[in-house]
Design a protein around this ligand. Structure first.
Ligand code: ADP
Length: 498
């Protein structure tokens, strides 16, 4: 009776102890496993009973374990296995777990077995260890990439800035920095595009992605660094609550890019000047002869008039000569323009949305990159029939002008909106490029399509003339909407491919 009672309480105790326990026979087979052990090792009671214990440890330790077990049976006494060293057990799905194991021999009459207790306190240690390793990895990766980590609240106040962020701003590791100080170190010209990127990221209808590049003046020594920051805004109930991200110093990369851009810009400038000179000389060449002839005919006519003896037929011949030469000059100019426009006018079916994206990336990689872009592209718009190079050239010219217009001191937002839609009125693809610059006053707006008209110190004044003639050569139109605030908006159309 007492034995029965004891048996019962052993079973009850065995089942409720939170530590995983196994009863193992002297032959090395599992006789019982409590629920905690079943859970830890991933076996059901039916599958674990009868299992050789060596199957519960990784293959590489099995042979050694068999010898150890046989020695233990011969000389059994309670002991923690491996002097609390960490041992590995194998779960049913092949995972290795590190545990402390203690062994307690049990004797009941002629029956003997061993109670094996797996010390699950190690699971927490393992979790902590895994966390420590993963944090360490993250730290090494951050250090290797020289990344700073930031965490801002809904109003972009700092919740957390790591040491590297402080370093980027030229501050000591534990210095307290507030939003105002953070902003005061950012170059005034970059504040607008940074703000536009933040506003864009905080838009609940957007992706939440944040990316901005700006200059930071170090509090330590006043040196200027380019910083790129990337992150993601987290939303709660449709409201932005946090912005977490990383930042990196890209000063060297920027310096290299700038040098490259300078070289490219110089080459382009020289090239444009050469084209302008060549075009002007070609025009002069074509006009020289007819103009000289017109001047000669006019002199003859004037002589005739001055001499008082007007010979009607002579005068008529001179004036006919003028008209003929004027026509000739006109034809020559047309031919010249036709020749210049002919170039490589291979027209293709073109995805205008893709062309916009391509032009943006060309503009950005050519140094016109300090602005935020909003794309409003009509999905699945029909392909246009146009020359790819021409369309890119038009877009890059418009983007370059927009960026240059936003470089003034009073510009608060450096942003460009590009819209693409079907203009049902003319049945064409309609592209508009709107900037946040000062716009155009009506006097200037009247003249911007005149060749060589420019308000820029190093401008040539051919960009818009060329863009308009390219749009026309492709069957479209290009025009400006000067007071569509904010800034200026340029539009162009292109015919759809049939
Ligand atoms: P350039 O850029 O060499 O001056 P363009 O033909 O491209 O030649 O432009 C002519 C002029 O038109 C510019 O000098 C400028 O005054 C004006 N302009 C062009 N685009 C814009 C714009 N987005 N905002 C304000 N002014 C502009």
């Amino acid at each position: 009776m007492i034995n029965q009672y004891l048996d019962m309480s052993f079973q009850a105790l065995f089942n409720v102890v939170p530590s995983p326990m196994l009863l193992v026979s002297d032959s090395g087979h599992v006789i019982q496993a409590n629920p905690a052990a079943q859970l830890l090792l991933g076996y059901s009671l039916e599958t674990i009973i009868g299992l050789e214990v060596e199957l519960l440890i990784p293959q590489r330790y099995r042979e050694h374990h068999r010898h150890y077990r046989e020695a233990f049976i011969k000389n059994s006494e309670t002991r923690p296995m491996g002097n609390s060293a960490v041992l590995s057990v194998l779960t049913q799905d092949g995972k290795e777990l590190e545990v402390n194991i203690s062994l307690s021999p049990l004797q009941d009459g002629s029956h003997s077995c061993t109670l094996v207790t797996l010390n699950i306190a190690d699971r927490r240690r393992q979790a902590e260890e895994a966390l420590r390793i993963s944090e360490e990895r993250l730290r090494y990766a951050r250090e290797a990439a020289n990344l700073g980590v930031f965490d801002l609240d809904a109003n972009f106040n700092i919740l957390y800035w790591d040491d590297r962020m402080h370093e980027l701003w030229g501050l000591g590791p534990n210095s307290n920095v507030n939003h105002k100080q953070l902003l005061s170190a950012i170059h005034p010209e970059d504040l607008a595009s940074r703000q536009a990127a933040l506003d864009h990221a905080a838009d609940p209808h957007g992706s939440g992605r944040y990316h901005a590049e700006y200059r930071v003046t170090s509090f330590k020594d006043g040196s200027e660094h380019w910083v790129t920051a990337m992150g993601r805004v987290h939303f709660h109930d449709g409201h932005p609550v946090r912005l977490i991200g990383v930042a990196r110093d890209i000063t060297e990369q920027r310096a290299l890019e700038k040098e490259l851009q300078k070289q490219r810009a110089e080459a382009e400038h020289v090239f444009t000047q050469q084209v302008a000179v060549q075009t002007a000389s070609a025009i002069a060449h074509e006009l020289n002869q007819p103009l000289a002839a017109i001047s000669a005919y006019s002199e003859v006519a004037m002589h005739a008039l001055e001499s008082g003896s007007v010979d009607g037929s002579k005068l008529k011949r001179a004036l006919e000569g003028c008209v003929e030469q004027a026509h000739r000059a006109g034809n020559s100019l047309h031919e010249l323009l036709a020749f210049l426009q002919k170039g490589d006018l291979i027209k293709d079916r073109l995805d205008i949305n893709e062309a916009v994206k391509e032009a943006l990336s060309i503009a950005k990689s050519s140094g016109f990159d300090n602005f935020h872009t909003t794309l409003n592209l009509e999905k699945n718009i029909r392909p246009v029939h146009a020359n790819r190079t021409h369309v890119t050239k038009i877009l890059v010219n418009l983007l370059r002008n927009a960026v240059e217009a936003m470089q003034g001191p009073n510009i608060t937002t450096a942003a460009i909106t590009i819209k693409v839609h079907t203009n049902a009125e003319v049945n064409m693809a309609h592209v508009s490029v709107q900037d946040y610059g000062p716009g155009l006053n009506p006097e200037i707006a009247k003249r911007i399509f005149e060749p060589f008209f420019t308000t820029k110190p190093s401008g040539i004044g051919l960009g818009l003339v060329v863009s308009r003639s390219l749009a026309e050569a492709n069957g479209g139109q290009l025009w400006v909407e000067p007071d569509n605030k904010p800034g200026a908006t340029f539009h162009f159309t292109l015919p759809f491919a049939t």
